[in-house]
Write a protein that binds this ligand. Sequence first.
Ligand code: ADP
Ligand code: MG
Length: 247
Amino acid sequence: MVANKEQFLERIDTGIPGFDEMLGGGFYKGTINVVTGETGTGKTIFGSQYLGSGLQKGEKGMCIVTSEMSDFVKKEMYTSFGWDFWKLEESGDLVFVDVTDPELRLQKAVELAPMELIKSFRKLIDRKIGEEKPRRVFIDSIEALFLAIESKYRLRTIVDDMFDVLRGHGVTVVVSSGTMFGISEAVEYGADSVTRLGRMIAGNNLQRTIYVAKLRGSNTSNEIRVLNISNKGLSVLKQSPYLGSTG
Ligand SMILES: Nc1ncnc2c1ncn2[C@@H]1O[C@H](COP(=O)(O)OP(=O)(O)O)[C@@H](O)[C@H]1O
Ligand SMILES: [Mg+2]
């Protein structure tokens, strides 16, 4: 698959100003990069911005939405930032795959065993990525698929298997995972990099935070930085969040 060592070193920009330098130069090409955080911390924006950055350079993107119709993601990005994913989809530069896909809907409708849904999902993304050949893939969010898997061991095996399918295509993937159901641990374990988004109390305000929890094979920043969301999307500020005293 990978022919020479230069290819191992190739980095892909995240599209988030200030964040590539925290990673020592971006994500490694062909790897699985997990972004975790509570609801509302910016995971969907992160992945969308990552795809958007590639699109600007003519790199085809694929957005796989597991827990809702992809129209909701398109609408969120349009009303928040004016990013027109409908238009990009029309031109064929961006491909959406979502839960309304007939292959998955069938499984959902009859509420078959969770493993059946996971197997169908695995097959679907394997086929779609093979057909469309995107350079960047964003999966938002992975935990929705794994909610019914009770054994941690089973979960790890399933996650590893899913990630191996993705790695087999050589695409660079961002996977978001919510922290609510205790699943993100297993997802983080199998990933090549982990970025954590959060919120901290700073004085009388909430401050958004970002840090790199792991990046296999690279030097990374150990700092926690402030994550800013504006009408242009996410950016990482140079400063660390101010920790207000509780006393
Ligand atoms: N234009 C904007 N300016 C500032 N903040 C915004 C803007 N658009 C969205 N947000 C913030 O981003 C949050 C949503 O981020 P999102 O990526 O959907 O979170 P997650 O996917 O982690 O649940 C919103 O709750 C809102 O606080
Ligand atoms: Mg989201």
